[in-house]
Design a protein around this ligand. Structure first.
Ligand code: SAM
Length: 332
């Protein structure tokens, strides 16, 4: 154990999000509405051996949680190998999780569990077929619901379901999602729409605030807070007052920023470290590793990059600039 990664504001960095690919089979309007720009050649992407190499170093520096994401991480053919390699870092690595759109889970969920995946988060923006299609660009609601079932059968618990709530699209469904969480005994997470869409259509009017989400749910299902002092957790969590199964989490980075407790850094599929979702600069770990740097040089580099982590995001400041790369490239 080399030590603990700390940024210059004293925040301990324990959580690494690794994007496995920029590619995605969905076209969510709030992320990648017009499809991917030309995909970079495979040679620019980190191989599973490189991911394994740098992940081990990150874990030796105190990273406890790794979440695999993308793009759609299940579009990467060697994902089971990546999971197997990262799983070997336990118990120093406490938690290995995956965020997926769920499309490939029927038929794949058991293999992911067998490879060593602990938990899964599935994105689901609507329970209505037409709204789902309008938001994601694909007509596959039933298949994603099957994916949730497959993840349950595989024991990838606790299952979290993410819904981005966008005004004019799915805000009327918030309480229905809460009912879904109760019926299915899942952890439902509601996320505010962030300015990370490649279409640059984000506007403040489209953001449904965490507060409104809470009120919409509470009208039908009274809630009790679970994590008043929530540490570095992104969501404020609630249980149902009547004791029903399931849980609610609200992630409100726009209206209730939680940067002060941020413990995250990100690694893009092409090996760039990003110290914030909204960073406008990236740091090429890939180039350093490929230049033949020693392990100690890689450690020094990671530590120096972490010291550059931004104090907070600037979404609410007048001069805010949306990052050039969207969520599908940064790794949500
Ligand atoms: N393809 C996987 C999926 O669909 O979950 C993983 C990558 S996706 C970029 C990760 C998460 O980011 C999803 O839950 C997605 O809804 C969320 N996301 C993407 N763009 C967003 C935005 N502009 N604002 C808020 N959340 C966003």
């Amino acid at each position: 154990m080399t030590g603990l990664l700390k940024d210059s504001y004293g925040r301990a960095i324990r959580d690494l999000r690794v994007s496995l690919t920029d590619r995605c089979n969905f076209r969510c309007f709030y992320c990648l509405p017009h499809g991917e720009p030309p995909i970079a050649p495979k040679s620019q992407m980190l191989s599973y051996e490189e991911i394994e190499y740098v992940a081990e170093i990150f874990v030796s520096l105190g990273i406890e949680k790794i979440r695999l994401t993308g793009g759609e991480p299940l579009m990467r053919r060697d994902i089971e190998t990546v999971i197997r390699k990262l799983s070997a870092l336990k118990p120093r690595l406490h938690d290995l999780a995956l965020t997926t759109n769920g499309y490939f889970l029927p038929g794949r969920a058991h293999g992911l569990k067998d490879a060593g995946l602990d938990r899964i988060t599935i994105s689901l923006d609507s329970l209505d077929r037409n709204v789902f299609k309008k938001m994601t660009g694909v007509d596959v609601l039933e298949r994603v619901l099957e994916g949730i079932e497959a993840a349950k059968r595989a024991g990838l618990m606790p299952i979290k379901v993410n819904a981005v709530i966008v005004r004019g699209h799915n805000e009327e469904e918030v309480a229905d999602f809460a009912a879904f969480a109760r019926e299915q005994d899942i952890r439902m997470r509601f996320i505010e729409f962030m300015p990370l869409d490649s279409g640059h259509e984000w506007s403040r009017e489209m953001v449904v605030s965490g507060r409104e989400i809470r009120e919409r749910i509470s009208e039908r299902f009274p809630l009790i807070p679970l994590n008043a002092g929530r540490g570095s957790e992104t969501s404020s969590r609630y249980r149902f007052a009547d004791g029903a199964p399931g849980e609610i989490g609200i992630i409100a980075p726009v209206t209730e920023p939680f940067c002060g407790a941020c413990s995250r850094i990100r690694l893009t599929a092409d090996g760039q470290i990003r110290t914030c979702l909204f960073s406008t600069v990236e740091h090429s770990l890939r180039d350093l590793v490929r230049s033949g740097a020693t392990r100690q040089e890689v450690i020094n580099y990671i530590e120096s990059v972490v010291l550059k982590k931004e104090p907070r995001h600037y979404i609410n400041d007048p001069g805010f600039m949306q990052p050039a790369r969207t969520m599908s490239f940064i790794g949500g």
